[in-house]
Design a protein around this ligand. Structure first.
Ligand SMILES: Nc1ncnc2c1ncn2[C@@H]1O[C@H](COP(=O)(O)OP(=O)(O)O)[C@@H](O)[C@H]1O
Ligand SMILES: [Mg+2]
Length: 213
């Protein structure tokens, strides 16, 4: 059982430019420094094979939670694969980007929602954002990391594809004993991800936790 604690706050100090002072006066805003708290001792339990689903409005603190959790996991000795850091080889067709064998490559691509021979043959710059995104997901699944992190999960995919990919990735993650953490404003992935832990981030430091599978 591995325990994590999230704490995060920012100083609200603003740079006092002429326009800032004008806005402050017009809207009656005080400019004295205060603490803006995003996470106040939020205690979480995350273990191998867990799926963590972080939702909430833009600016609520999803990315911060993901980043802080991943950093704590890394400090605890786990390897992190961050979807946003995945690099593709610009010269290689999709089918050559992953897997030790052809079968492994097509299998990984299919789990990432790509099963079209035409796409297999295309190099990264010849793919759409969504196709490139799925290729990166396949690369994450192909990594030896213990933790898969996907901020803005599925943002460039249509919802049907996002759901299909969410379902197959959580299955692979669980079977391989990985930790799979996604953050997105979309709340429609509950059934597909069957999250072990759902973090619903609300205003300020407010947060709701739901424990599942
Ligand atoms: N370096 C920083 N300084 C001050 N405020 C920050 C900083 N980074 C993030 N924030 C604030 O923390 C809140 C949460 O940010 P973030 O986790 O990126 O939101 P989300 O991913 O849910 O859109 C936002 O309101 C943002 O303005
Ligand atoms: Mg974010």
């Amino acid at each position: 059982m591995t325990h994590y604690v999230l704490n995060r706050s920012f100083n609200t100090s603003v740079k006092r430019t002429e326009r800032v002072l004008e806005i402050a006066e017009a809207f009656g805003l005080g400019l004295s420094d205060t603490q803006f708290v995003v996470y106040d001792n939020l205690e979480l339990e995350v273990n191998a094979g867990d799926v963590v689903y972080i939702t909430g409005q833009s600016g609520s603190g999803k990315s911060l939670a993901l980043k802080d959790l991943a950093a704590q996991m890394e400090a605890g000795g786990l390897d992190i694969a961050d979807l946003n850091q995945v690099e593709l080889d610009p010269d290689l067709p999709a089918i050559d980007q992953i897997g030790a064998t052809m079968t492994e490559a097509t299998d990984l691509l299919s789990k990432a929602g790509i099963s079209d021979a035409y796409i297999y043959l295309r190099r990264p710059h010849e793919l759409s954002d969504g196709q490139r995104y799925r290729l990166k997901l396949a690369k994450v699944m192909n990594s030896t990391a213990d933790v898969w992190v996907a901020d803005e999960f599925g943002a460039v995919l249509d919802r049907v594809t996002a759901k299909a990919v969410a379902f197959s990735m959580q299955k692979v993650a669980r079977r391989m004993g990985k930790i799979f953490m996604v953050a997105t404003t979309h709340t429609d992935l509950v059934e597909e991800l069957a999250p072990s832990l759902t973090i619903i981030k609300r205003f300020r430091e407010k947060v709701e936790l739901q424990h599942g599978a």
